[in-house]
Design a protein around this ligand. Structure first.
Ligand code: 26V
Length: 825
């Protein structure tokens, strides 16, 4: 290789990407000049870096092109404000989007390197908890692919979602230092920084024109520094910029302390302000009301709005047309402080009057709600806001004053409605962030048809009555580029061979696959691909769990955050029931199954952690029991994240989407599995309902209580004891758990699980749905024994998933919510 190195270094820095040989020279040159490593001694880690730096040049060029088009065309920009973005690894995605995978693979091979090995050197940026963060990443991909002027804003967490290991059967959290090996993709913009202020007090006065003005003084300031990541679109010249803010102390040394010679105190202060972007809060269902979390929310909101305003003022004289040129999407209420912050910036900094500022604000923001769980709806104590953001609290009170006046007008004399709709919960003295977001937005959307209906009818009915056109539905979607093309190349090739490749940017084109469900040769190839994907998943699981798995068995998979409402426990009750039946020889021709469960529990969520532990205990018992060995296996997949999902989802036969009806806003895993040819067993919840409507009742296994039935059952007084009394199988299973059958060394280990099912009233109706679930699983078994019939349905599922692309979601947001147009590029 020595002569190559010489040659490459003598040559130009420019790389012809259509030529593997030129790429090879380019890589060598980047290795020496940018990575600073000897190509003769470099390993996969260094080659990954050289390649990433090479691609970064293209990213930058396309980023500039996109930015120029946006300035040139001056169409409305879309800003997506989100505390979380789960982008997944970048390398293969960029290669796929650029159409460079083959050339790069060849160039690397000639250097003795394997692209697939290199790709694993990249840390998976886990800057999110789950569905909400992954949705944000799918949306950026779709916006870039379809040339919408999209920009993401978030936080440059130093530590993302913890990584999970299982030790002695229990979840152990480890810090995720994804930046440890450096992040070659990011552009650190030292010059793009904004001050963000906290605490202090408000001074109001009359200005020279006699207008009331307020100033926020004596604040503690932190700097937000921009880090940009470029999100490419498929075969598209456009790019979405993802700008993540990191906190930096404003003054390296506080002069007061410094002069007194108290060096350590001064530096300590610096450290405190930099904790703002230190770590992602790893819970996605209960709000704790931590001051640090509030500060994180305000920190990224304030920096983003200052940046958006600065960019606007670069081409426009003033802010009067702000809302015509800008749409800002609030990804849940986490960025809802943007409403009072924009008001503050318009009034206190840009000297606008209240009425105009409010009109602009209300036309600029739109808010997406992602959860129906009451414990996940954010509220902040008035006292905390008063201390941390005194000016914002004042503005919120003023907004509330006007809002309540309108409520009085709309609902005269209805005191209860007034209390309910206020931005302030008077009993607890907390600010309701969802109310703030609704009042401050032009549109509010839910993320699946049922979810939106429940928002309008159950959660915010008075708001819906008062603002008849404000609530709209945009059902979630997933990007087929990552969730089919990238993670399942074999199936992608088969599809493209059969129907061409327009599906890559128009998923409805999959319809053309329908007739192939009846084609025996096609089914055979489809099955062979599923088997290959299962073999890949089996290897992955075997190395991580030590259990040996049979890839020809049915792979039954539930991967998502561990939460009571998602009912991993229901899944487990079925597994135990099946185990009992098998042991007793009560199943004539048992269908071999491998049940895979994976997901993280919030570190403080005791019951979720107990569920993980129980899965482990049950797995040990079943997997080591010779009596059932070839017919049932249970494994827990550790550290479920985007990268593991890419291996897991293509390898599933059965997708478990079994939340209590009325609790899962949408779900997006459900879409990814069906798109990869898994059949769904699920409840009538979230987007499952729309999936059922698309694939047809015969091609999905629906079971359990509906939302209305759940409400009705609870209203009548649901008694879990009664259910168990009437079902001997269920009683047996529950007894095994509570008597310590799976953990004889500590028999009362799962008292908490028993208690939640009985004394706790079985809030999520696990026991109530048990029998229906077991029956549905029997239908699953029956179908699986007929592999041709199963394949037909699986192919129809793929063919009928066209609706569930994030491309469709984004076109809908653009048309109905943002009023945004595609750029000419
Ligand atoms: C809430 C909280 C509360 C406090 C601390 C941190 C934190 C972080 C996230 C959340 C909200 C999580 C909401 C969420 O992820 N919802 C999921 O959104 C998906 C995309 O719309 C949807 O498919 C899932 O059904 C829904 O659970």
């Amino acid at each position: 290789m020595d002569h190559l190195v010489k040659e490459a270094l003598e040559g130009e820095f420019r790389v012809n990407l259509h030529d593997a040989d030129s790429i090879r020279r380019g890589l060598i040159s980047y290795m020496v000049r940018v990575v600073g490593h000897d190509p003769l001694a470099a390993g996969p880690r260094q080659w990954f870096q050289a390649l990433a730096h090479m691609l970064k040049g293209i990213l930058s060029e396309r980023g500039m092109g996109t930015s120029r088009a946006q300035y040139g065309q001056d169409t409305r920009r879309v800003y997506y404000l989100s505390m979380e973005f789960l982008t997944g690894r970048r390398l293969k995605k960029h290669l796929l989007d650029f159409g460079l995978e083959e050339n790069v693979r060849e160039a690397l091979a000639s250097l003795g390197q394997d692209l697939d090995v290199l790709a694993k050197e990249e840390a998976d940026p886990a800057l999110g908890n789950g569905g909400l963060g992954r949705l944000a990443a799918c949306f950026l991909d779709s916006m870039a692919t379809h040339r919408y002027p999209g920009h993401g804003y978030g936080i440059h967490y130093e530590f993302g979602m913890f990584s999970q290991t299982i030790e002695d059967g229990q979840q152990v959290e480890h810090p995720d230092s994804w930046l440890h090996g450096g992040n070659p993709w990011e552009f650190l913009r030292h010059s793009v920084t904004y001050p963000v202020r906290f605490n202090g007090r408000i001074v109001c006065f009359k200005d020279e024109k006699g207008h009331e003005r307020c100033e926020w003084v004596d604040t503690n300031d932190v700097h937000a520094v921009a880090h940009d990541m470029k999100i490419t679109g498929f075969d598209s010249p456009a790019i979405s910029n993802l700008r993540l803010w990191a906190a930096r102390a404003t003054n390296d040394f506080d002069l007061r302390f410094f002069n007194e010679g108290n060096y350590i105190e001064a530096v300590k202060d610096k450290t405190t302000s930099e904790t703002l972007s230190k770590v992602l809060y790893p819970m996605d269902s209960t709000v704790l009301g931590q001051e640090l979390r509030l500060k994180q929310e305000y920190f990224f909101v304030s920096a983003s709005l200052q940046d958006i305003i600065a960019r606007h003022l670069r081409v426009h004289n003033d802010l009067h047309n702000f809302h015509e040129k800008i749409a800002i999407q609030l990804n849940d209420t986490h960025p809802a402080l943007a409403v009072p912050e924009l008001m503050r910036l318009l009034m206190d900094v840009h000297e606008m009057e209240w009425d105009e500022a409010w009109a602009i604000t209300r036309e600029t923001f739109c808010y997406t709600n992602h959860t129906l769980l009451p414990e996940a709806l954010e509220t902040w104590p008035v006292g905390m806001l008063e201390h941390v953001l005194p000016r914002h609290l004042e503005i919120i009170y003023l907004i509330n004053h006007d809002h309540l006046q309108q409520v009085r007008f709309r609902f005269p004399g209805e005191m209860e409605v007034l209390r309910k709709m206020s931005l302030v919960d008077e009993d607890t003295q907390r600010i309701r962030m969802a109310h703030l977001a609704i009042v401050g937005s032009k549109r509010v959307n839910g993320v699946a048809a049922l979810h939106t209906k429940l928002l309008r009818e159950k959660v915010f009915p008075e708001f819906d009555a008062m603002y008849p056109n404000r609530f709209v539905n945009v059902t979630n979607g997933v990007t087929q580029r990552r969730w089919l093309l990238q993670c399942n190349p074999k199936l992608s090739d088969l599809i493209s061979e059969a129907i061409g490749d327009s599906w890559k940017t128009d998923l409805t084109a999959l319809h053309a696959l329908e007739p192939l469900a009846e084609d025996a040769a096609f089914r055979e190839r489809f099955n062979a691909i599923k088997l290959a994907n299962k073999e890949r998943l089996a290897r992955h699981l075997e190395t991580r769990t030590g259990f040996t798995l049979d890839p020809t068995s049915m792979f039954d998979v539930q991967v998502k955050r561990i939460h009571e409402y998602k009912r991993q426990l229901l899944n487990l009750l079925h597994v135990i029931h099946r185990y009992v039946q098998l042991r007793e020889g009560r199943i004539a021709n048992p269908v071999p199954r491998t049940v895979v469960i994976g997901g993280k529990a919030a570190p403080g969520y005791y019951l979720a952690k107990q569920i993980i532990r129980l899965i482990g205990d049950v797995a040990l018992t079943i997997n080591n029991d010779r009596a059932v060995n070839d017919t049932l296996k249970l494994v827990f997949l550790p550290n479920y994240n985007v990268s593991n999902a890419e291996i897991t989802i293509p390898g599933a036969n059965l997708s478990e989407q079994i939340s209590t009806a009325g609790t899962e806003a949408s779900g997006t895993g459900n879409m990814k599995f069906a798109l990869n040819g898994a059949l769904t067993i699920g409840t009538l919840d979230g987007a499952n309902i729309e999936i059922k409507e698309e694939v047809g009742d015969d091609n999905i296994f629906i079971f359990g209580l509906t939302t209305e039935q759940v409400q009705e059952t609870k209203r009548k007084g649901y008694n879990p004891w009664k259910v168990v009394e009437h079902d001997a199988d269920l009683r047996r299973v529950v007894d095994m758990i509570s008597s310590g059958y799976f953990n004889p060394q500590q028999v009362n280990r799962y008292n908490s699980i028993r208690d939640t099912l009985f004394d706790g009233g079985d809030q999520y109706m696990v026991l109530a749905d048990f029998r229906a679930y077991v029956e549905a699983q029997a239908h699953v078994d029956d179908l699986f024994t007929d592999s041709d019939a199963w394949a037909r349905k699986a192919i129809l599922n793929v063919a009928r998933m066209g609706l569930f692309s994030s491309d469709r979601s984004i076109h809908t947001y653009a048309r109905d919510i943002w009023g945004a147009k595609q750029m000419d590029l």
